[in-house]
Each structure stands twice: as structure tokens, then as C-alpha cells.
Design a protein around this ligand. Sequence first.
Ligand code: ADP
Ligand code: UDP
Length: 236
Amino acid sequence: MEKREQLYEGKAKKVFRTDDPELLIVDYKDDATAFNGEKKGTIMGKGVVNNRMTNHVFAKLEEAGVPTHLVKELSDRETLVKKVSIVPLEVIVRNVAAGSFSKRMGVAEGTQLLCPILEFSYKNDDLGDPFINDDYALALGLATQEEIDTIKAYTRKVNEFLKAYFLSAGMKLIDFKIEFGKTSDGTIILADEISPDTCRLWDVNTNEKLDKDRFRRDMGNVEEAYNEVFERLGLA
Ligand code: ADP
Ligand code: UDP
């Protein structure tokens, strides 16, 4: 598979065309951003952790019945994926209160929620990814009702799988963000990544944060946390 011109450079990944119009190569960087790009930095080795962790998790999700964009891991940082048109929704699941939910709702971080919350943000950097609901998505044509139903069903499956998977490695899945895309034939599949950049993971015994909050909040030991997750998942 030949790597052709760069299509896009995002905050955490570069995306390249290939000689197959249906396939792309994503290349994971060590760049980290937070607060909609206001805070910038480097997390050494993050690209490797996020690439390999995403691929490992996506392969398991496929087995669990969630279709994904994964085609083949090409190197430590590069993966061949199915090209999709990204549905412009950040799909967020919360099991335990944290981050913007705690702020908005006045609920202490770490409070167990009585049931998982599935919420949407409109994926739009200029607007700071505003919180929206199903009606916004429908009214703005971001997705059809059928697509929303599919996305919600897959997302609940992803949450149930990930909760058990991380718990078996000694981590609580507090919340996470995923993205879906549509292939050229309109099929909805899981895309983008699942990593410590996009999940809050706390040690099951000590509640130590093992995710990007260490970077966002200047807590130190950022690289160590990413490596710890990598090791606990048996990927190191
Ligand atoms: P951002 O755009 O938020 O800065 P990244 O640096 O992670 O994020 O850039 C990767 C971009 O590629 C994101 O916009 C993401 O939605 C998009 N993307 C992820 N998977 C695919 C795919 N399979 N096909 C097309 N685009 C994808
Ligand atoms: N998240 C993400 N990208 C975003 C926004 C959120 O990956 O652009 C993830 C974040 O890492 C956390 C979850 O989604 O695991 C919920 O994030 P929240 O809404 O609390 O926002 P934050 O506190 O990160 O601003």
C-alpha cells in the first residue's frame, strides 16, 4: 500500500491518501492539545501508545460485533484504515461524573452515575464542540434518525465491552469520546481512536488518573501514565 499526499493534519494525527481511494493511512503524533487547542505540548511516545492501543481495542470490538475502520497496523505509529466521512458528532459516554459534566452539573468528580449517560457534542472546533441533543443533530442534518439509532446501539456496546476490558486490567472507565463515520456505501462504522487521549481511566484501587487529565491539569508523570496503561493492557 503506497502512502500518497497528506490530506489533513489534525491535533493528534496526520491523515494520508493511499493508492486505494477507499483507504487512508493515519499517522499518530506525540502532540497533545487541550481546551480546544489553547494548551499545547508533547507527550513523548504517545503516538505509539494511542496507535497500538486503538488497533488492539478496535480488533476486539469487531469480534464483539461493532464494525470499525481498522484494516491493518502498518508500523508503531501508522495504520491503514477504511476512509469514511466522519459524522460530525462527538459521542461521549459517562459512567462516573468528571470533567465538563461535573462542572456543568455541580456533581463532584468520582460520583458514580446511576446509569451510563450517552451525550453528543457537535464536532466543530470554531464553536468549541458545543453540547447538543438528538433534535439538534436531526434538525441540522448532521445525521438521520436511523444513523443516530445505529450510533447509539454501537456506543452502548462499546461502553459495556470497554468497562469490562479496562476493569480486567485494573482500571475504571470513567468516560470516553468516540467518533463514527460513513463508508462510501453509507455503512456506519467506528472510526478515529480509543486511547488515554479520549478515555478517562482511573486505577481501580487508588483512583490515580491514568489519562490525558494528567496533561490537562499539569499533574506530572504524563508519559508514565500512558505507558502504565500500555503495560497493563499487555501491549508493551
Ligand atoms: P482533530 O481533527 O480533532 O485535531 P486528529 O488529530 O485526531 O483530530 O485528526 C484525525 C482526523 O481524522 C479527525 O478529524 C478524525 O475525525 C478523522 N478521521 C478519523 N478516522 C477517519 C477515517 N477512517 N476516515 C476519515 N477521517 C477519519
Ligand atoms: N473528549 C475527547 N475529545 C474532546 C472532548 C472530550 O476525547 O474533544 C473525551 C475526554 O477525554 C473525556 C470525555 O470525552 O474522556 C468527556 O470529556 P468532557 O466532556 O468531560 O470534557 P473535558 O473535561 O475533557 O473538556
